[in-house]
Design a protein. Structure first.
Length: 82
């Protein structure tokens, strides 16, 4: 298959879907943190911005599965370590 999104994942067990979803959230946060770092945002401002983004992203559907503040702190630390 040339594209991952062409694969049907509806039949996968919930734990696998959940793990993939969490990996996607973490990757997106890492990309946002790296971008903000390149734009010379401070660590605190980046952390605040990512927390606000997560709050916005999960406002309607609830916070089930949302990255925690601890996850965001780890992503920001990794982005600023590089």
């Amino acid at each position: 298959m040339p594209f991952d999104w062409l694969l049907v994942t509806a039949g996968l067990p919930g734990s696998i879907r959940s793990a993939r979803r969490q990996a996607m959230y973490r990757t997106e946060l890492a990309e946002r943190a790296a971008l903000l770092h390149r734009l010379n945002y401070s660590r605190d401002r980046t952390r605040s911005r990512l927390n606000e983004n997560v709050r916005w992203d999960f406002e309607v559907g609830g916070a089930g599965g949302a990255p925690s503040a601890k996850d965001i702190d780890a992503v920001v630390a990794a982005a600023y370590r590089k």
